[in-house]
Write a protein that binds this ligand. Structure first.
Ligand SMILES: Cc1ncc(COP(=O)(O)O)c(C=O)c1O
Length: 381
């Protein structure tokens, strides 16, 4: 009892100053409000530095944090109205209508729904042999046959070969751009032209989870193809640049007919899949106009420094356009990963296709000082 009371007091003491003066209202805070009351987002030094899951360690928009803090009492409500407001904001951002959208519990949820729809057709799914495999695995479980196309020698998705693999049996192409784990981004004009050709024959799912980190988001996004009426579905997430991975929200932009066929597209469904605080955080993030660009620039600065280190160490790496770098470690990557873990850093390694390459998520400047020193120590030992 005593401990519980103490903990509660401690909690109130620490959060009291933050919440004090903020009315529990549904209105979203301004950026100035939030910056004055930065709730902090650091981890204790005893915790490992987490560079393994492509999260955004710079943290969410202060507006998102404040939206959550101000609205905790509203977690008792179903978020139907709030979901609808978020969908309106997404529709405005993407330049589509709500009928073109499906909101999921993370973009993985949207991919799973699409995989259900595609997999049930029992045909062939053309995908990369080395990519984020959630969609393909789910489609296979539902009965699809996977046609997996190896990457090019320089670690790009081989879209020419993927296009050539389309037959009357193909039910879908799935493409991740920038690709995970390599981080490579396809040249925009070539991608656009190839996807238009592919989409004449079957739906093309383009997973743009990391595209906000790329140098040219506007030139590279294929949402424009959805608007032009092509059979293209683009998935996006609030888990990556928006740093809301724990809130589990993502969405798909697709032809209205696909939304209807694949998801039923009844508005209540969105309200039942999402959570109140996540939805409010996501809506607030979209209202923070400078946030994405600021985060992209900060991340790129650290990514460039890390690539310069790899260059100095004579290590090969794939040209990165996401918030991570895929590089050659010259030893079983599992061993490299364990050595990094001994330095209190978690990374991602152990890709069977490329067993001596590892993927490191770019962290904050402070984290990258520690991580870069560890990488240099291990790779020069
Ligand atoms: C390429 C890609 N797509 C989709 C996802 C799923 O993310 P979420 O479900 O958090 O939106 C991930 C997660 O790492 C990913 O790397």
């Amino acid at each position: 009892m005593k401990t519980a009371a103490l903990n509660r007091r401690h909690f109130l003491k620490n959060t009291g100053s933050l919440v004090a003066g903020l009315a529990l209202s549904s209105t979203l805070p301004t950026r100035a409000d939030a910056q004055q009351r930065d709730p902090g987002r650091g981890t204790s030094s005893a915790e490992p530095i987490r560079l393994g899951s492509n999260e955004n360690n710079y943290g969410p928009s202060p507006l998102a944090i404040m939206a959550v803090m101000q609205n905790t009492k509203r977690m008792l409500r179903y978020p139907h109205t709030e979901c609808d407001r978020l969908l309106t904001a997404i529709a405005a951002k993407e330049g589509v209508t709500k009928e073109n959208l499906f909101l999921g519990t993370g973009s993985a949820d949207v991919l799973e729904g699409l995989a259900d729809w595609i997999g049930a057709k029992k045909g062939e799914v053309v995908t990369s042999a080395f990519t984020f495999n959630f969609f393909a695995t789910a489609a296979k479980r539902r009965g699809a046959t996977l046609i997996e196309v190896p990457l090019t020698a320089d670690l790009f998705n081989d879209i020419d070969t993927m296009a050539a693999k389309i037959t009357p049996a193909t039910t879908c192409v799935y493409l991740v751009n920038p690709n995970n784990p390599t981080g490579t981004l396809l040249p925009a004009a070539k991608l656009r032209a190839t996807v238009i050709e592919m989409a004449r024959k079957c739906p093309v799912v383009v997973d743009e989870a990391y595209l906000e980190y790329a140098d040219d988001f506007t030139g590279s996004t294929l949402v424009g193809l959805v608007k032009e009426g092509h059979n293209v579905i683009v998935t996006r997430t609030f888990s990556k640049i928006y740093a809301l991975a724990g809130e589990r929200l993502g969405y798909g932009v697709m032809p209205a007919a696909v939304a209807k066929e694949a998801f039923g597209a009844y508005p209540l469904q969105n309200g039942f899949r999402a959570n109140m605080l996540g939805v409010l955080a996501a809506t607030a993030s979209l209202g923070d106009t400078g946030f994405v660009e600021e985060t992209r620039v900060k991340l790129k600065t650290e990514r460039d420094k890390f690539c310069a280190l790899l260059g100095k160490l004579g290590r090969k790496f794939a040209p990165p356009q996401g918030n991570f770098v895929f590089f050659h470690v010259g030893m079983p990557a599992k061993d490299f990963s364990q050595k990094m873990r001994a330095e209190n850093i978690v990374i991602n390694a152990g890709y069977p296709q490329m067993p001596d390459w590892a993927r490191l998520t770019i962290g904050t400047p402070e984290e990258m000082v520690v991580a870069s020193a560890a990488v240099e120590k291990i790779l020069t030992a």
